[in-house]
Design a protein around this ligand. Structure first.
Ligand code: NCD
Ligand code: ZN
Length: 335
């Protein structure tokens, strides 16, 4: 039977939430990943050093494995250089959201004028703290990411030593922008490699595929696939796995987020195999991220086998993507 070994998989964009939800989802990621960039969009968001330390502690407690590192982030607001110096050893990145762009982003920035952000971003740049960006304007939903490209360009030019991650890119425009500036990098989710807006809303509405940024057109998905399958050196896997309770998804006013944590590696194997690119999966799920972020993850070897796996209907109160469907690859063991 065909097998594939992945060394130290990393999820460079992950929502773990808190309390009961954290207890459900944290072990699902720590089982098969060596580390993850943990998003700070809790309610209220993580903005203090104490908040970071306490959240990390709660994550560690909720994991069922010791060989997993939660790379912590702060929710962007104005931070002084002095504060960032004190936070530097406890965080990997700062995540910036446009206010209201997605789940729990109300405290984000209202506009991206450079001058008010200069002190914080210059200090981050000097201290080697990465900037993760949710790149959407408040324009028409299908155009929001493409319209945001001018903000990425402005950030890249003004802070040339700052590592800027274009999170969960979904468009051809983002793929093109990536190569224009040395200090731009990107994460790509597994669902955006598979679906387009048609899968979300082309037939009966599928709330479990509704996320921000919304899935786009076939040519956008193809552009993402091309760089992911080639393990473009500036691109990393980031699931953006974002659990919401079933009743909040299957409701009027469905929250944005697709839950993929327990099936991400299996789906990636399927996609990379179908496209004859399995040899590049290691770089996409770990090596590129290690190099870009300069992290040395805990040892973990995940052995996948080409054997059918039926996705559970629920994990706790969360419905995963592809619930009840059969995937072609399973996780055989983790060493
Ligand atoms: C995320 C969430 O639920 O926290 N939702 C989503 O649709 N991706 C937030 C985010 O990353 O946009
Ligand atoms: Zn996210």
């Amino acid at each position: 039977m065909k097998t594939l070994s992945l060394m130290m998989p990393l999820d460079m964009h992950l929502h773990l939430r808190d309390e009961e939800m954290l207890k459900i989802v944290a072990p699902l990621t720590s089982y098969s990943f060596s580390g993850a960039i943990v998003m700070p969009n809790l309610v209220p968001p993580v903005t203090t050093l104490e908040g970071v330390k306490e959240y990390r502690h709660r994550i560690k407690e909720a994991m069922e494995a010791d060989d997993f590192e939660p790379y912590m982030t702060l929710f962007y607001q104005h931070y002084s250089r002095e504060f960032l110096e004190s936070a530097r050893d406890h965080i990997t990145a700062v995540k910036i959201y446009p206010s209201g762009a997605t789940t729990n982003s109300e405290g984000g920035v209202v506009n991206f004028d450079i001058e008010p952000m200069r002190e914080t971003l210059e200090a981050m740049s000097d201290l080697g703290i990465v900037l993760c960006v949710h790149g959407e304007t408040m324009g028409f939903v299908m155009d929001r990411e493409a319209e945001f490209m001018s903000v990425y360009e402005m950030l890249a030019v003004n802070f040339p030593k700052l590592k800027i991650i274009m999170e969960h890119i979904t468009t051809r425009e983002a793929v093109e922008t990536l190569d224009k500036y040395e200090n731009l990098y990107a994460t790509i989710t597994v669902h955006h490699l598979m679906i387009t807006l048609d899968d979300v809303a082309g037939g009966m509405l599928r709330p479990h595929l509704f996320c921000k940024p919304i899935a786009k057109r076939p040519h956008d998905r193809d552009a993402l696939l091309k760089i992911a399958l080639a393990a473009h050196p500036k691109v990393m896997f980031g699931s953006d796995s974002a659990p919401h309770p079933k009743h909040k998804k299957e409701s009027c006013g469905c929250g944005a987020g697709v839950f993929t944590a327990p099936i991400a590696l299996q789906l990636l194997c399927e996609i990379f195999e179908e496209n004859n690119a399995l040899e590049n999966l290691q770089a996409f799920v770990s090596d590129n991220a290690q190099r870009i972020y300069g992290v040395c993850p805990e040892y973990k070897e995940v052995v996948l086998v080409k054997r059918d796996f039926t996705v559970p209907q629920m994990y706790g109160e969360v419905v995963p993507m592809r619930a009840g469907e059969i995937l072609r690859w399973s996780i055989e063991r983790v060493d």
